[in-house]
Design a protein around this ligand. Structure first.
Ligand code: TIU
Length: 267
């Protein structure tokens, strides 16, 4: 008897509709053709960054991840080495970006509503959660307030990476900054094609966001000394992954200082 043929996925109406959506409604803007263009010594090959369509994206530089008594600590991590590893680099990027004609400076924060209605059950109380008193919405250390809850002192940005007037803050309920946030619409409205990416933690929110961005057509540059992980070998692995296979997720640059100099040289 001839084996039964499985219907091709494309026969399924829903799949067809999803595939047929106008892709360019979701894609990054085209790279700016006019204005300064920085040549940056990235890996796996050099990248050209058109300043007018490049945004700096700072991911989750929050006390919840960098300070004792925050969410990262509640998960059982040693959080004490993160700040020294990535904040000096982040400060250099922010200082440079604030003096350049970039398209935007974006700060994301992993932050849930006070009633936790935007926190899925799995993240709130699922089997992979820490013990009950260390979960999202609980207080681990008095001065920090409720873990990962918007408006709590511990959910705020660390001083070095605090947003300034005119910069965009994007609260997000997930690890990726594109999920349930409107970030894509913000970037598209500002004509962004390229992202300079820094933040914590490298293999969690940073990598997830870069993968989301890459699928939407944003060219991403990850800045190695402006990102950090609780688990150093995961940071190293992420950097290698991003630039493997010809740059499957994007580009990497070792030093914020070198990137800042290349941006400044272009104007
Ligand atoms: N746990 C961990 O490494 N990170 C997170 O939960 N969030 C971010 O990376 N921001």
């Amino acid at each position: 008897m001839a084996p039964k043929k499985r219907p091709a996925a494309a026969d399924n109406g829903a799949v067809k509709r999803a595939r047929g959506q106008q892709a360019d409604e979701h894609f990054a803007a085209k790279a700016a053709m006019e204005g300064p263009i920085a040549k940056v010594n990235t890996l796996p090959k050099p990248v050209s960054l058109p300043l007018k369509s490049t945004a700096l994206v700072c991911i989750d530089f929050q006390k919840d991840f960098l300070d004792v008594g925050g969410f990262g600590h509640a998960l059982g991590n040693d959080v004490t080495k993160l700040a020294d590893e990535c904040l000096p680099g982040a400060a250099k990027l922010l200082e440079a970006a604030r003096n350049l004609p970039l398209a935007a400076i974006i700060h994301t924060k992993e932050a849930h509503l006070e009633d936790l209605s935007d926190c899925c059950e799995m993240k709130l109380s699922g089997p992979r959660c820490p013990p009950e008193d260390k979960r999202i919405g609980k207080v681990l250390a008095e001065g920090m307030g409720r873990l990962l809850v918007d408006g709590s002192p511990g959910n705020d940005f660390v001083d070095v990476a605090k947003p300034r007037d005119g910069e965009i803050v994007v609260p997000k309920p997930g690890k990726g900054a594109f999920f349930l946030t409107g970030l894509n619409e913000i970037l598209r409205a500002k004509g962004v094609s390229h992202l300079i990416v820094c933040g914590v933690t490298t293999e969690v929110c940073v990598q997830t966001t870069m993968r989301e961005a890459n699928d939407r057509g944003y060219e991403c540059v990850l800045v190695e000394d402006a990102t950090a992980s609780y688990i150093p070998k995961f940071k190293a692995a992420t950097i290698e992954m991003v630039r493997s296979q010809g740059g499957i997720v994007g580009y990497t640059v070792e030093k914020a200082e070198d990137l800042a100099r290349a941006l400044q040289a272009a104007v």
